[in-house]
Design a protein around this ligand. Sequence first.
Ligand code: CIR
Length: 268
Amino acid sequence: MNEPLVPIRAALLREVSPGWARALREDDDGPLDVDAARRQHHAYAQALLRAGVAVAVLPADERQPDCCFTEDTAVVLGRHALATRPGAASRRAEVRPVVDALVGLGCIVHRMAPPATLEGGDVLRVADVLYVGRSRRTNNAGIEALARVAALEGLRVVPVELGEQMHLKGAVTLADAGTAVVDAALLDPAVVEGWGLAVVEAVEPVGANVLALGRGRVLVPAVAPVTAHRLRERGLTVRTVEGSEIHRADGRLTCLSLRIPHAGGWCA
Ligand code: CIR
């Protein structure tokens, strides 16, 4: 298959919840700031719009503090999509509004049943392979559920063992179809080279999560200037976006959107 990584057709976002102060996070470094999160979320949406992405922003729910992290609620593979069952039980109610939006966009949405859990932050697509983190949030039954839907699109699933980090895409993402950005403290770069990708090592802790925009363009967190420099040196067009408040709730660039590719292509 090996279709091209294409510019993103559409991205589903959700506003930052008024309940942002209660977002899940591993380190409590003081109260979260909902206004800062909203400003950064808006800047992210603008960056996608400037890249030619059709952005749809769903309304937030006060009872769903993490609802802006739409990536975790579904995996879109083409016509078929999988609605996830997040490993974080407090996040399961986030799935329904995203599924409704995907159905409205013409996707055939499949469900997963208990005890399966999976979060989209654990799924990295590279052409016709889905690398899936086996993590605290994604279990074997979740990986099997994904494999069944992936097969409908002619894709195969390769599990990746994770250590203590939350999601696979905190450790590795794609900058373009052939280049991965890897946090060597979280995942051995040799593993990613074994996938046939060139590796750029991220220097800053959140630098490994970048968003490939297609046509050699990549969105990089502003808090990762050295990683951004390394990507520019490889000839990529780098845009940066401020996400410091989002990162305080363990959010990364990719988790703020659910990307939908143009027909016949894929996005990371
Ligand atoms: C959580 O703990 O679930 C959220 N506070 C952060 C989710 C980040 N999602 C992602 O990286 N895909």
